[in-house]
Write a protein that binds this ligand. Structure first.
Ligand SMILES: [Zn+2]
Length: 284
């Protein structure tokens, strides 16, 4: 099913999962509603400023429900030249959806994003890396059927993905056609892959390790994919009471993540995933 291909490209990619501070898996609507604070607009504007300062373009995986609530924000991101891709509608895990519900959510989100930006999204990322070649093979068929050029939902990590899965972009072929699968950056070690490209790993591991991983990718002509959530760059944002492990994963060191991202933007060149995919397609 999988064929691997090195990306001969010296650009890396920044991706932003555009969701609010309460889109943490397992948090009930009731608990979300007990907070009246909306953080997504001011924090996303800070991210846009940061990208603008360093002339970088990113991919924003936008939740349909967020696009419905903040249409001007989506328009502003698109006007700034960033790619608008799909993060589904409801932030429910794909493994908990039926094929029909997944297809409907995908279509509803794409229709709304197209109305806002004039462009249909070419890329998809599932909430919490919840696509799985074994458990949800139908999801890749549906993405190909709906014309997606790429997916970025599989991570080569234990617990949330397949640690033996490819670390670099590769093709997935389905009955409905093929699409690129673009995993996030991980650092291979004797202990397995480390999640240095985003989430708690991006905030927790030493910065030199992330830089060294990006640099070694670059030496091989491959692109590394960084992913961030607005809440991770917002140390003043609200916190929901979670158990210790989940609290660390969601809220672990947040203060340094903005400056850390800025230093990476200074040192490396970043583009959107859509631009990288176009360059691979024209090279093949
Ligand atoms: Zn998400």
């Amino acid at each position: 099913m999988l064929s691997q291909l090195s990306a001969h490209n010296q650009f890396h990619a920044i991706t932003v999962d555009l969701e609010d501070w309460y889109h943490v898996y397992g948090v009930s609507k009731q608990r979300r509603d007990s907070f009246a604070m909306e953080r997504i607009v001011p924090v996303t504007k800070l991210i846009l400023e940061l990208l603008h300062r360093h002339q970088s373009k990113a991919t924003f995986f936008v939740l349909g429900s967020v696009a419905e609530q903040y249409p001007e924000l989506i328009e502003e991101i698109a006007r700034a030249g960033h790619e608008i891709a799909s993060h589904g509608w409801s932030h429910r895990l794909v493994t908990e959806l039926t094929p029909g519900v997944f297809a409907d959510e995908l279509l509803k989100t794409a229709d709304l994003l197209e109305r806002r930006t004039g462009k249909r999204p070419a890329g998809f990322r599932a909430p919490q890396w919840s696509l799985c070649p074994r458990r949800t093979p139908w999801a890749f068929e549906i993405l190909a059927e709906q014309g997606y050029a790429y997916d970025s939902s599989l991570t080569p990590l234990a617990f949330v993905g397949d640690p033996s899965g490819p670390r670099i972009p590769h093709r997935i072929e389905t009955q409905q056609g093929g699409l690129w699968e673009i995993p996030p950056l991980v650092t291979p070690t004797v202990f397995g892959n480390l999640p240095t490209g985003g989430g708690w790993g991006f905030r927790f591991f030493p910065e030199w390790l992330i830089r060294r991983t990006l640099f070694s990718r670059q030496q091989l002509g491959q692109s590394g994919v960084i992913f961030i959530h607005p809440r991770e760059l917002d140390p003043d944002g609200p916190r929901i009471a979670l158990n210790f492990l989940r609290s660390f994963l969601v809220y672990g060191p947040r203060t340094s993540s903005g400056p850390r991202l800025e230093r990476l933007l200074e040192s490396f060149r970043f583009r959107s995933l859509g631009e990288l995919v176009s360059s691979w397609q024209s090279a093949s």
